[in-house]
Write a protein that binds this ligand. Structure first.
Ligand SMILES: [Zn+2]
Ligand SMILES: [Zn+2]
Length: 291
C-alpha cells in the first residue's frame, strides 16, 4: 500500500535550462517532498542529467533521464518530452548543440533589435545570467524592467518580446517527426507535453494530430499538468486510452519562484502514482525486446 502511494513527478526543470534550482538542489527537494521518482526534463539540453542522477543515487530517489524538446509547430507551442534518453547519445548531443548555437545567435539578434528600438541593453548585462543556464527573453525582459524600459515582465513581452513583437526573432526548432526521431535514437520514449499549448481548440483536430504523431513514434501524452483544466485532463486521458498511449504527468516545476507550482504537487493536488514509472519501464522493456 505504502508502495503504491509513493508519488512521482515526470516534468522538472533545473538550472541547466530555465529552472532556479540546480539538479542537486531539485533532487534534494524531491526527497524532502517524499517523492519516489522524478524525471529531469530540461529544455533542449541534457546537461543537468548526470548531476541529478548521481544525487538521486545518493539519496535513493529514482531520477529518470529526460529532455523537453521545442518543436516546430506554427499553430501553437509544441514541446516533446523524452524519457530514458541516453544523455551520451552523440546524435542527440549534436542536434542539441545546433539548437544551443542557434539560441545564442538569436539572443544577439534580439539584443540588436532592442538597441535599434532605442533600448539600452548591453550583452554583458545579459551574460551575468549565463552561469545559471540558458538565456532567453525572460532575462531581457527582466533587464528592461530594471532599466526602466518596461513596467513589468509582461509589459516587456507585450510591447517588444512577444511572438511577432518588434524585437522578436524566430527560434530554431525541429519538425515533430525529426524531434521524435532524435528521442527514439537516444533510446527514449517520446511524450507530447501539455497539449493545450498546441492551440488546437477543436478536439477532432487534436486527435488527428495525436494520431499523426503516433505514426511517427509518439508513445505518450502528458495528461496531468498544473495548467490543464479538468475537462482537458479528461479529454487527453481519453485520447491516450483510445490510442494506446502512455499517460504522463508532472508539475513542470521551474523552482519555487514560479507562480505557486510546487514539485510533485502542481497547485497542490497532483499526487501522481509510481505506477506511471512502472508503465514507462514496461514500454522500455518491450522496445528492447523488439516486440
Ligand atoms: Zn513545455
Ligand atoms: Zn517544461
Amino acid at each position: 500500500m505504502a508502495e503504491s502511494m509513493s508519488r512521482v513527478d515526470l516534468h522538472v526543470h533545473t538550472t541547466a535550462s530555465d529552472g532556479t534550482m540546480s539538479p542537486t538542489e531539485v533532487v534534494r527537494y524531491a526527497k524532502e517532498k517524499g517523492l519516489r521518482a522524478m524525471a529531469i526534463t530540461d529544455h533542449d539540453t541534457v546537461e543537468g542529467i548526470e548531476e541529478g542522477v548521481q544525487e538521486g543515487e545518493r539519496l535513493n530517489l529514482e531520477v529518470i533521464p529526460g529532455v523537453e524538446l521545442s518543436v516546430d509547430f506554427p499553430k501553437g507551442t509544441m514541446h516533446l518530452l523524452g524519457y530514458y534518453i541516453d544523455p551520451n547519445c552523440a546524435e542527440l548531443a549534436d542536434k542539441l548543440v545546433v539548437v544551443q548555437q542557434a539560441r545564442a545567435e538569436r539572443n544577439i539578434k534580439m539584443i540588436k533589435k532592442l538597441q535599434g528600438l532605442g533600448i539600452e541593453i548591453d550583452f554583458s548585462e545579459v551574460k551575468k545570467f549565463s552561469e545559471h543556464g540558458q538565456i532567453g527573453r525572460p532575462h531581457f525582459a527582466y533587464i528592461m524592467v530594471q532599466n526602466g524600459y518596461a513596467r513589468n515582465i509582461q509589459d516587456a513581452f507585450d510591447r517588444f518580446l512577444c511572438k511577432g513583437g518588434p524585437a522578436y526573432v524566430e527560434k530554431l526548432k525541429f519538425p515533430p517527426e525529426e524531434a521524435i526521431g532524435f528521442i527514439i535514437k537516444a533510446g527514449g520514449i517520446a511524450v507530447l507535453a501539455h497539449p493545450f499549448t498546441l492551440n488546437q481548440p477543436k478536439e477532432k483536430e487534436l486527435e488527428d494530430l495525436v494520431v499523426e504523431l503516433k505514426e511517427k513514434g509518439l508513445e505518450g501524452i502528458e495528461v496531468y499538468h498544473p495548467e490543464h483544466t479538468e475537462g482537458q485532463k479528461r479529454f487527453y486521458r481519453y485520447l491516450a486510452q483510445r490510442h494506446g498511449l502512455f499517460i504522463s504527468g508532472g508539475s513542470d516545476f521551474h523552482g519555487l519562484t514560479k507562480g505557486g507550482v510546487d514539485l510533485g504537487n502542481g497547485y497542490g493536488d497532483m499526487g501522481l502514482p509510481y505506477s506511471m514509472v512502472e508503465e514507462l519501464k514496461t514500454r522500455r522493456r518491450v522496445r528492447f525486446a523488439g516486440i
